[in-house]
Write a protein of this length. Structure first.
Ligand SMILES: Cc1ncc(C[n+]2csc(CCOP(=O)(O)OP(=O)(O)O)c2C)c(N)n1
Ligand SMILES: Cc1ncc(C[n+]2csc(CCOP(=O)(O)OP(=O)(O)O)c2C)c(N)n1
Ligand SMILES: [Mg+2]
Ligand SMILES: [Mg+2]
Lengths: 345, 327, 345, 327
């Protein structure tokens, strides 16, 4: 039942984005958010390696899947339940570089958690980003619940839950897909399959090639897509979103991708994967690849690229400066908000 | 005022809250057409339809996880766990997710949701239909835990729980369902979460309990009165946040306290009550605080001899209360 | 990937059991165990309705799936992890009517639990029946673990885990199948799909027709079989056992069946299913159906049937008398065996 | 005797037991090639191969459930939970299954298995890499729970746990891994489960602790000595079965007890220690038993200011100990 769409790229040629209904501006916006996600991430590593912040966890390599899929949603009315790599998703949904950096430095102003959670633990009620903790896969059930509420109120919002192929092994993943299938909920289950769960390769995680094949067991379609092809990701997500809005139920999208960095700043990926493998995947960098396409399509002209680069750098600089200076929480902040309180003190 | 059983009070409480607020809905195993295995939701499926009374798949993590998501998106779910003994598959969603949503977002998210779970023994339910689960959950900051013992409190606390902006674990003692009857105030009575209740005044010693044990302690107090011992009975009602002031007050008043629960003793609710008294009323004690609890075994056996041996009952409580009174 | 074998019955005709390699004795033994399971169960309801015992949970209607599949295993060296309906499985594996009745009356001598568990909570280390609690689906992981140990010690034992289609919704079911698939463990996952989980119909339990279709998501075959056709069950189980012993990994067998009784003595099935539906399924009684086949095959002659009936009745009588008289545990038994103790006191 | 860190002691303990007994094997996330995220199993995959050092899928219920099954069938699994914070998905398998196998079969089944879980904070681990989980599990009869604080105890208790016929939850404090060094006896030293250890003799007051807090309490005792206060330090080492005799003895000896843990207070281990003392040494107390614990919030925040505010540390313990000494 898993529909292979890896061949999607062939279609459309130099005006592929237009044939997908994306204007040049939209296509460039996607590019810019991917660039921004990458740039913030790179800066965080730099700062971490200088000992100025204790922890990074990265989106690098997965920006195509993240932004491509998020771009098919409607920020503000649709919902996302991202996981820790999904900088690309949350930036598309309205988080800023500054928000990212405030979280990275665990400042009081961090909109995700007030400095309580590690970086990468996104959440914003206002932006419709469901708060995430560290335990993997729990968010798939939250997404199903968010979608249930939309159905109960007869709203057409779509909810997308993102997770790794490791998280697919958790019972919650099964329970969420089963529930969403039964109730034909408007959910996109998006598996960013980067081949590893920390050190554990896919072959030790499951006996199958495609996580997407599991969708058949829940009565909805599974789609495999090249996660490093941002437009292909956009395309399958758009189809899934349309299906969901029509009330036809969930879709499982498996984006095959790769992470460029170690699992996190606490990990040493040389213990479990070859430098050559990383190098091969770096050749398939979703940002480079998209840039090449956009240049060939005549959409990304040199001055435009330069402007984007400047804006991105500017945001990273500003965000870093702002966040590094921003105040820490105080010891008094330790005991607030165990329960709902009407006002932030 | 009408006399109701505990199960009727719960059904009425759900019904009234569902009528009052469209965002309230029920999800759990067999809660729909079947009306729940104890008939707690009997009639609600017909009345409110399949979008508000949802028969879930057989998966507790799903029940709670979906409830969390729905609460995020503006609903007020009541998640029913068929027996408290089957809540463990949902532990991760309850403890690591629901209890931490507010804290981990510094108040940006809150979860107005109730988890209802029938608990306790004395119903030939054996190891897996008799358990007490309150200590484990009460240990977790970020959850509220209530355990009413009377129909009025059952209804009033259920309403409070449904209207509460935070996750509440609502424990309903199976043995009390049809055993305990009492007046339930008409109208929209809410019993506040976090307030214990002196169910009987006394001066010689205090019995502190909740759930089914409240009924037993009231019986014991009656018997003690016949001996000329005046026992105060404090019904905790809410286990978390616990009513420290009420505990300290009764300890200071009588100087002798017996804490009673079915749950096993180690790091249970009685231990915490003892610690609170130790820290706040040590100087007022005329005797060490004592406890009567379930035994230190994994769970309540099926055979009736073993079940009786397991359950605290009025005789066991009375014996210990007399021991305490005599110190 | 789910291979339909509902047509299996057509093959073989009047000597079907012989073409499956079953001698007449074996075929009759299967019949007798089915009869015994049914007879014990019926007696338990009778006693329960008389108020002499508090609880029954039944195998009635599912004996074909249970005994047919168990018969493909080797009691003593293979393992089973049954669920509460599996009287047919455990009787095949060496439990006796007396054991059943001791458990039903919760006597001290109950070999499953010493009167501690409800009836239907089987377990015997000696008989290779993994102890079951009430929480559904946990036993699937236990079965995977038992099979892992067999693999680690390079033994060819096969382990069969039994569960309902409701239990299939639990996360543990997913995790167990995934693990067994990865390690190609010698496990049979046997779903006795009786269409209901207490009151919840399959349509509210999953969005698919066949639980067996999920096997594809774990890299092993799924088979649908008519659970009321004991020989068909035997056949698919034998194939799955052979595959497992060859080291080729698990099989998911879905036996479509029905329970004749309410969920348990505490349930009222009139609340959620029509008398007509039950009546239709009673027409498909696996015991009647097998008896008809055996008679037509000339294997079940009248005197044989009579002997079997007598033996079964005899066992039920003896078991009831013995167990009803047998002593209860004493209050001292409450606190033993929290941990391993060398001797039963 | 060689000086080792806690993490080395654990690695050595696993290695020696795996060499000694072919039925011992390790299963968990990243324990294989990667050697565990803390390198606790570094080198073991190479040495013992893929059938004895198994990289599990990312599923804790699977890890524990498979370990249970393997233990049923003659093996002695060590199940590693990568962080104690991620044990909740396995709660059902641990509490409702592992802890009840022996009891529910009246001794027919027993499960020789160890669940290792790195716990505790002070490592910038934030809400989900800093948790204390001991109270919830210690509450459950049928489980043994150990929490060593020194390399020698870490190794000796690990060996005891692996050889034990029952399920043991083995808690290793992450902060002690490389911080705490000490002599580890050569050879096959087993530290018995269930025995506390007086790590420092004293007569004026008692500090009772385990895990990282042991190290802090020893520091505090040193400082108190400078004030002329003689503090006894009792290391529980095993939380369940708790060493009641040792607790009662030290309480009777000094008459003043301070219990210290990182875990939140409500129905925690300190509450149980206080209850035990209340019940058994009330008459010997010169002051109420006190506790220093983590605060009553869901979990330890990431930001260093908040983390420091959360963690009990020598200063906070010292202040409370002085308060107690002065009563
Ligand atoms: C329930 C749970 N167990 C363990 C962990 C520790 N952990 C964090 S990330 C991770 C691997 C996740 O792999 P995958 O889902 O493939 O996502 P990726 O990091 O590869 O994007 C593990 C084991 C966790 N966060 N949650
Ligand atoms: C974890 C858990 N939740 C709930 C229950 C209560 N319960 C007992 S049996 C049952 C239905 C099981 O249905 P199914 O798996 O289809 O098996 P069947 O009884 O139909 O044979 C339920 C909900 C349980 N035993 N375990
Ligand atoms: Mg991955
Ligand atoms: Mg069923």
């Amino acid at each position: 039942m898993a529909l292979k769409t890896t061949e999607v790229e062939a279609k459309g040629g130099r005006s592929r984005h237009r044939s997908l209904g994306l204007s040049d501006e939209q296509a460039l916006r996607i590019y810019e958010v991917m660039r921004l996600a990458r740039a913030v991430d790179e800066r965080m590593w730099l700062i971490n390696r200088q000992g100025r912040a204790p922890f990074v966890i990265s989106c690098q390599g997965q920006e195509g899947a993240q932004v491509g899929i998020a771009a098919a949603l409607r920020p503000g009315s649709d919902w996302v339940a991202p996981y820790y790599r999904d900088a690309g998703v949350v930036l598309w949904f309205g988080m800023t570089a500054r928000d990212q950096m405030l979280s990275f430095f665990a400042r009081r102003e961090d909109p995700n958690s007030g400095g309580r959670q590690m970086p990468g633990h996104f959440g914003s009620r206002r932006l419709h980003i469901v708060t995430g903790g560290s335990p993997v896969a729990t968010q798939l059930l939250h997404a199903a619940g968010v979608a249930l509420a939309s159905k109960q109120r007869k709203e057409d919002a779509v909810t997308a839950a993102f997770f790794g192929e490791g998280a697919a092994s958790q019972g919650d993943t099964h329970e969420a897909m089963n529930f969403a299938g039964i109730h034909k909920l408007a959910v996109l289950f998006v598996c960013e399959n980067n081949g590893y769960a920390i050190s554990v390769p896919q072959s030790q995680q499951m006996a199958i090639q495609n996580v997407a094949d599991r969708a058949a067991g829940y009565g909805f379609p599974g789609v495999v897509v090249d996660g490093n092809d941002v437009l292909a990701c956009y395309e399958v997500a758009r189809q899934a979103v349309e299906r969901a809005r029509r009330g036809e139920g969930p879709t499982l999208i498996e984006a095959k991708t790769y992470r460029f960095t170690a699992h996190s700043s606490d990990d040493d990926d040389k213990r479990y994967r070859q430098a050559e493998e990383v190098a091969i995947w770096r050749q398939k960098d979703p940002i480079q690849r998209y840039a090449t396409y956009l240049r060939e399509a005549g959409t990304l002209l040199d001055p435009v690229e330069q402007e984007i680069t400047e804006r991105v750098n500017q945001q990273v600089e500003d965000a870093t400066d702002y966040a590094e200076q921003a105040p820490d929480p105080t010891a008094d902040d330790l005991t607030t908000f165990v329960f709902k309180q009407e006002l932030k003190p | 005022m009408a006399v109701k059983t505990v199960i009727e009070a719960i059904r009425d409480g759900m019904d009234e809250e569902m009528a009052r607020d469209e965002s309230v809905f029920l999800i759990g195993e067999d809660v729909g057409n079947r009306g729940g295995v104890f008939l707690a939701s009997d009639g609600l499926y017909k009345k409110y339809g399949e979008l508000r009374v949802i028969d879930s798949p057989l998966a507790e993590s799903c029940i709670v996880g979906v409830a969390i998501g729905a609460a995020v998106n503006g609903m007020r779910p009541i998640a029913e766990i068929q027996f408290a003994d089957f809540i463990a598959p949902a532990m991760n969603q309850i403890i690591e997710e629901a209890a931490r949503f507010s804290y981990r977002t510094a108040g940006d998210f809150n979860l107005p949701m109730v988890i209802r779970a029938p608990w306790g023994g004395g119903v030939h339910g054996a190891l897996y239909h008799s358990q007490s689960i309150e200590a484990m959950f009460a240990h977790v900051p970020g959850l509220k835990v209530v355990a009413p013992g009377t129909p009025a409190d059952a209804k009033g606390l259920l309403k409070a729980a449904i209207r509460d902006p935070d996750p509440v674990l609502y424990l309903e003692h199976k043995r009390t369902y049809r055993l305990v009857k009492g007046e339930v105030p008409d109208g929209d009575g809410v019993v506040p979460i976090g307030k214990a209740d002196v169910k009987r005044d006394g001066k010689d010693l205090s019995l502190i309990a909740y759930g089914l044990m409240l009924t037993y302690c009231l019986e014991v107090a009656e018997k003690l009165a016949a001996d000329g011992i005046s026992a105060e009975v404090l019904d905790l009602r809410t286990i978390r946040p616990i009513d420290r002031a009420a505990i300290i007050a009764t300890a200071r008043k009588t100087g002798k306290v017996l804490v009673v629960h079915e749950d096993t003793p180690f790091a249970g609710v009685a231990a915490e009550v003892m610690a609170i008294i130790m820290e706040n009323a040590f100087d007022a004690l005329d005797a060490p605080v004592m406890r009567v609890t379930g035994p230190d075994v994994p769970a309540m056996p099926f055979n009736h001899v073993l079940e009786e041996a397991f359950m605290p009952n009025p005789e066991k409580i009375l014996a210990k209360a007399r021991e305490l009174a005599a110190v």
